[in-house]
Design a protein around this ligand. Sequence first.
Ligand SMILES: Nc1nc2c(ncn2[C@@H]2O[C@H](COP(=O)(O)OP(=O)(O)O)[C@@H](O)[C@H]2O)c(=O)[nH]1
Ligand SMILES: [Mg+2]
Length: 366
Amino acid sequence: MATMEEQIKQIDEELRKTAYNKKSQHHIGRLKAKMAHLKEETERRRSGKGKSSGYAVKKSGNASVAIVGFPSVGKSTLLNQMTEAKSEVGSYDFTTLDVVPGLLEHRGAKIQILDLPGLIKDASKGKGRGREVISVVRTADMILLMIDVFETNLKVLTDELEIAGIRVNSRPPDVQVIKRTRGGIEVNSTVKLTKIDEDLVQEMLREFGIANADVVIREDVDEDRLVDALATNRHYVKAIVVINKTDLVTKAYLHEIEKRLKNWVVVPISAETNTNIETLKDKIFDTLDLVRLYMKPQGEEADMEEPLVLKKGTDVGGVCDSLHRDFRRKFRYALVWGKSAKFPGQIVGLDHVLEDGDIISIIVRR
Ligand SMILES: Nc1nc2c(ncn2[C@@H]2O[C@H](COP(=O)(O)OP(=O)(O)O)[C@@H](O)[C@H]2O)c(=O)[nH]1
Ligand SMILES: [Mg+2]
């Protein structure tokens, strides 16, 4: 009996040499599901072995951003430029062997920036402490994909993240799988499925070790999206591209690179000469989708110095939860001033969604 690693390798090879067409589609779909299932199993065993050799990074601030890039693209220089941190900068590869955190304070938000050891090809298979680096990337709210003006191919980076289950700038598939103890697999879809049929959905679930389940599909998924829906170790995160060392090239050269990367949000910078760093900070803030809320104790002035920084879409209930664990239970009403209020001082309930810059008073029972 082949070990799980061997089985994964075999499937990988078979997938590589099998051409995708109508006839092979089911076969490929089943292999992909089987492989994802095996990978999840091996991961579980690996992490179950106790002693982890990963990095322990203490979270701080309102959100965190991981800088991901090849060695020597300027990650440490950028961290030092944006924060008070002092990460070692070197002209040779692999200067940074640890995770170095720094705190960026921008527009009232405290954002943790993580300088990571450079990612290299096959990092997802463990090369260059790749697994540990990727496990830190998974904890971040956002990724800066950092490249050098002379080395602008993103594919190796995004492939490594992809293999590690990190999905950049996409949403989780709208597929619900409710496991049952019997009754087989029941598939229902609210949209027309043009890429895979219901039989294949059933076959793939079985390869994934699921024999009984209700499946509701609400988007036109392909095999890969279905596998993502079945896997539990997928991570969805936003990313922007940072092109560094622009001080070394002409505007025209840079323009060509930007044209090629038109599907990404791109920020050209020079970390060394401190060029366009403020724009980058703004882009990070915007991408993180944060709101700043100013608390006003009843009968007093609002605190305009230290906003409460929360995820966009947070309602009054969410604000209560972030203040005190008793607040939701004791909540009576709230008063709101700002963009989300119909008029200044509007009385609102727990499900009122707040907007950036709002001022809020929360009135609780004593
Ligand atoms: N010309 C230029 N060199 C830079 C820039 N940013 C970093 N470097 C240099 O690139 C080398 C690698 O930088 P480092 O921050 O250690 O890269 P890391 O390995 O990604 O952390 C160092 O020699 C830096 O001085 C930049 O914007 N322009
Ligand atoms: Mg470094």
